[in-house]
Design a protein. Sequence first.
Length: 272
Amino acid sequence: MLICYSGTGNSYYASKTIQSEIGGSVVDIARRLDKNNFNLALDLDEPLGIVFPVYFGTIPKAVREYVSKMKISNNGDHYIYAVMTCGSGCGSAPEDLDEVLEDAGYMLDAYYTLIMPNNALVFMDPEDDITVEEKLSAAEDELEAIVKDIEGRRSGAIRTNRGDFHPERSEEMKKAYAAACDTKLFASTDECIGCNFCERLCPERVIKVYGRTAVWEKDSCSLCMGCLDMCPHSAITYDGNKVRGRYHNDSFYLRSIGIAMPFGDKRPDGWI
């Protein structure tokens, strides 16, 4: 089984690619969290993958909450690994996840970073098309290697890229991330036509559309960037600013508009 949180599709793509090779189901962390469903029914000795993006050098708010409450129903020898998608490095995310797992009574056996295109384009400039393609191509190769490592149950920090990581700033970055998750920073513009795409897309069900206005109805979100990067009319701002560019993984976009997914997934949404 893989449990996944994804905003614009990099982690979703990674999960579905791994699933296509080793089997099992892909569980949507945000949807399970919304339904207060923290039970994971694993087969005896079935591995558990936790796949998520890195935000501000740490784990997403939704991932932290879900993992802290999850209950594995079978007490076999479960190999638990993490695949962290990120634009340049994983920061303190491995230690942060390991701490949450330990508090929940589990142990992180292995973790990987998967370098993917950046999506936080309200904070940074977009990457050029060549860089995006190079990252996606390298990610395909790395996912093949990750699958082999999972099958061999390798342990430890495996091909981990920390990026520009300063351990002494990890707490500062977590506080900055918490502040950035305040949904008062989001707003829709006059360009909104009320298509409801953002409401359907939002993994944490934070957004509701009333007429031609999107409203963020919860105090905070995990800052997945999906609404900003994927609004069909670029009608959303963050802290008064529009994104400097747009990025989404193509397979995730198809899922978001209800088209059957690659990798043999024939259901409308591709998740459990």
